[in-house]
Write a protein of this length. Structure first.
Length: 447
């Protein structure tokens, strides 16, 4: 297989996947919890996510494969725990990510076209991108580069003029909301650094993955952090009061006019959120398709149309997300954000445990980057496991405390149903002598 992705290709790809809807959606939500302390919360969110992403990239550079997020946990740690993590991610997608992004995009559109109704437009957005993906839309890498370039232009238009409009008094009291609010905001904001996780799906096409994957994620996350901090400082320094019930478009309207405002509005939040919704449809169906091929789900769910689109899975995602959006409505933005973050971190937890196998297995140790053979390496997976579990527990606690225990119980019931299904499915595959998890080798990573 050709390996066209070099170091700087990876950095650009990871930045593009990370700086998306998250900054435009999560920062206003985090502000309501931590206030100006959201600036510090970004740093607190960056530190554990950098460790977590390094762990993920170490696995990706050792065993490049498709569908790695599930496979690493399933075949190097525990199939049941890995399935629970993926099952939680699906919950976070249906009950969080898709409704959240659709609502956020509709809200930013309302900032430009004031007469629109947010909820109907959000439903139309979900249906539109469902239809686009149903047609088998293929986004070339050059289009992604153009989108990333436009996003950086939008960030520059927002931050450079905004720096001169900052009122330093608005940036006082970083810790005024208390430690608890800061911790929750930090846990919530971890989701804004999670986009580079998807690059492990391309591990087989990376030049020198042992070196380039871990180093590229460190550099890309550092660049992302700088962008986030600049945007947060401008947002709170210029529009501290506006951010209570507004968004970044409302702040930008204070110092951007005419053409520049519309470049930011379209090139920033609208483009970023739109591409995130589209990409999430694409990535979500592909991971589920991999589970169908592993026979975890019935193969008929993985049926594809003549354009290569898994239309059954795509339809299920669209319907469940639309139903949740209708059920909770516009008031569910914070709840959707919490569950999207929970799902995003839950799917990574089994992967953190899988990293320990790199040290224990002689075969894997020889294939892994040099850092794995050092004594201090053991602290990397330990910190990854600790951070990912703590973040998920904080988010789950906050859902029950701030929103409703019914949603917390709903999540627990969902997980119980998932593990019961998976256990019975494994027994069925054992009877059919077709259980891919019964193998104690690395053949499952051969694509």
């Amino acid at each position: 297989m050709k390996k066209p992705l070099k170091f700087w290709d990876l950095v650009a790809l990871e930045i593009g996947m990370t700086i998306g809807a998250g900054i435009f959606v999560y920062m206003p939500i985090a502000y309501k919890s931590a206030g100006v302390g959201t600036i510090v919360a970004f740093i607190f969110a960056f530190l554990p996510m950098a460790i977590i992403m390094i762990n993920v990239m170490l696995l990706g550079s050792t065993l490049p494969t498709t569908g790695g997020t599930f496979k690493y946990g399933a075949f190097l740690f525990s199939p049941k725990v890995a399935f629970l993590g993926l099952w939680a991610y699906l919950f976070g997608a249906f009950v969080g990510l898709f409704p959240l992004n659709a609502l956020a995009l509709a809200s930013y559109m309302k900032g430009i076209w004031d007469g629109i109704s947010v909820l109907p437009v959000a439903l139309i957005i979900l249906a539109f991108f469902f239809a686009v993906n149903l047609l088998g839309l293929k986004m070339a890498s050059i289009v992604e580069i153009v989108f990333v370039a436009l996003l950086f232009v939008a960030i520059a238009i927002y931050t450079v003029p905004g720096m001169s409009k900052i009122d330093s008094r608005n940036l006082e009291g970083l810790f005024s909301k208390g430690l608890g609010s800061m911790v929750y905001a930090s846990a919530l904001l971890t989701f804004t650094f999670a986009g580079s996780n998807a690059v492990i799906e391309l591990g087989g096409e990376v030049e020198n993955p042992r070196r380039n994957l871990p180093l590229s994620v460190l550099l890309s996350l550092s660049i992302v952090l700088v962008c986030y901090l600049l945007m947060a400082i401008v947002s709170f320094g210029v529009g501290k009061e506006i951010m209570i019930n507004g968004n970044l478009n409302d702040v930008a309207s204070n110092y951007l006019n005419g053409f520049l405002f519309y470049v930011f509005a379209f090139g920033g939040p609208i483009l970023a959120i739109a591409t995130t919704i589209n990409a999430t449809y694409m990535w979500g169906t592909r991971s589920l398709l991999a589970l169908c091929r592993l026979r975890v789900f019935p193969s008929k769910l993985g049926l594809v149309n003549r354009r290569g689109t898994p239309w059954v899975l795509l339809t299920i995602i669209w319907l469940l997300s639309s139903i949740m959006l209708l059920s909770v409505g516009e008031s569910g933005l914070n709840l959707f954000a919490a569950f999207a973050s929970i799902g995003g971190i839950a799917v990574i937890v089994p992967t953190m445990f899988a990293v320990f196998r790199l040290k224990k297995s002689e075969t894997l140790r020889k294939m892994a980057p040099a850092i794995v053979r050092r004594k201090l390496f053991i602290f990397i997976p330990i910190l990854g496991v600790a951070f990912s579990i703590v973040i998920m527990l904080i988010l789950l606690y906050q859902v029950g405390a701030d929103f409703s225990t019914s949603f917390f119980l709903f999540f627990i019931v969902w997980e119980v149903i998932g593990i019961i299904y998976f256990i019975f499915r494994l027994k069925y595959l054992d009877r059919m002598k077709d259980n891919p998890f019964a193998k104690d080798d690395l053949s499952s990573f051969d694509d």
